[in-house]
Design a protein around this ligand. Structure first.
Ligand code: CP
Length: 360
């Protein structure tokens, strides 16, 4: 059984295969119109979504399959206290594959451990958003024709932005990637992610607090929203929310071949005045999301039938007695469900197996 929980769940060759399949689906949609006939996708969304949920739904419909699920946890038995683990067991008896978005970090991993069908992480708190990353990679490949030798500016909320964290992890599989981290001090990339960048020989980074001074050096400018819902201090949100606004004046300083990406939704950080600039690729990025999710659904369903993908080498997860190596992250799924603590060892450090918080 293969799942998509982390962007690194696929080797760089498997990512290239998914991109090639998505590109074939774009070129020959009729060839894939019946490939999931009789299969059911369950979309379990405990957090709001427009693009991810609807693109998963559209993807399964384009493949000839059916979709069931909920878009608001208040209408599910989660509102009565049902755990993610039990929900995954139950849904496994109704569907063939799950796409789950949850506000708790590690929730999709729990679903993959307790369910008996493939699980796709459609976003878990501030932790990971691997299908957005696959969308980004397909878009970069289609727009620029390569996934290596890139200078990528990441701008805005680098602290809570799960799309940024997932993109950095995924790019470790490609060569000569330089990140320019553009954020205010309070929204800097977390230490553990900066350490990861320092460890990977193929990655490098510099930091800046201004778009204008670095935009001329970039192949890609990846804008992000400052996520109000992740702030406990609203005054701090108000202070940083409008610090970076990409407009015509700044785009005049950008290279002719640079592209602008954004996972969307945007609030103020991209002025609509640049929407018609050919370098603004964010709505083309949205369209690509459906095709990469089609490729992912088909690939994971085939893998569940023993076709195509090699089994993943499992991460070494150590079970512990409850109480030992507990994760202290308050939004980790282990804080709200009666799960045994599990940790992984990574570069000599112990990380929570669910949310990758440092635990010792
Ligand atoms: N990019 C993204 O995840 O959008 P939604 O929150 O609308 O799904």
């Amino acid at each position: 059984m293969r799942h998509c929980i982390e962007p690194t769940d696929f080797t760089s060759q498997e990512v290239r295969d998914l991109i090639a399949l998505a590109e074939d689906m774009i070129a020959r949609p009729a060839a894939y119109a019946e490939v999931c006939r009789g299969k059911k996708l369950a979309t379990l969304f405990y957090e709001p979504s427009t693009r991810t949920r609807l693109s998963f739904t559209a993807a399964m419909m384009e493949l000839g399959g059916n979709v069931l699920g909920f878009s608001d946890a208040r209408n599910s038995s989660a509102s009565k206290g049902e755990t993610v683990a039990d929900t995954a067991r139950v849904v496994s008896t109704y569907a063939d594959i799950i796409a789950m978005r949850h506000f708790k970090e590690g929730a999709a991993l729990v679903a993959s451990q307790y369910g008996s069908i493939p699980v796709i992480n459609a976003g878990d708190g501030s932790h990971s958003h691997p299908t957005q990353t696959l969308t980004d990679l397909l878009t970069i490949h289609r727009e620029l024709g390569r996934l290596d030798k890139l200078t990528i500016g990441l701008c805005g909320d680098l602290k809570y932005g799960r799309t940024v964290h997932s993109l950095i992890k995924a790019m470790s599989g490609f060569e000569n990637i330089h990140f320019v981290l553009i954020s205010p001090d309070s929204l800097r990339l977390p230490d553990y992610m900066r350490k990861e960048l320092e460890r990977q020989a193929s990655l490098s980074y510099t930091e800046s607090d201004s778009i204008e001074t670095v935009i001329g050096t970039l192949d890609i400018l990846y804008m992000t929203r400052v996520q109000k819902e992740r702030f406990s201090d609203i005054a701090e949100y108000d202070r940083v929310k409008d610090l970076y606004i990409l407009d015509e004046e700044k785009m005049a300083l950008a290279p002719e071949r640079m592209i602008v990406l954004h996972p969307l939704p945007r609030v103020n950080e991209i002025s609509p005045e640049i929407d018609n600039d050919p370098r603004s690729a964010y709505f083309r990025q949205v369209a690509n999301g459906k095709y990469i999710r089609m490729a992912l659904i088909l690939t994971l369903l085939r893998a569940a039938e023993g076709i195509a993908l090699e089994p993943k080498v499992p991460r070494i997860a150590h079970g512990t007695h409850r109480g030992d190596h507990r994760c202290s992250n308050p939004v980790c799924i282990t804080a709200s469900e009666p799960l045994y603590a599990q940790y992984i060892e990574h570069n000599g450090e112990k990380l929570c197996a669910y949310c990758e918080n440092f635990i010792g």
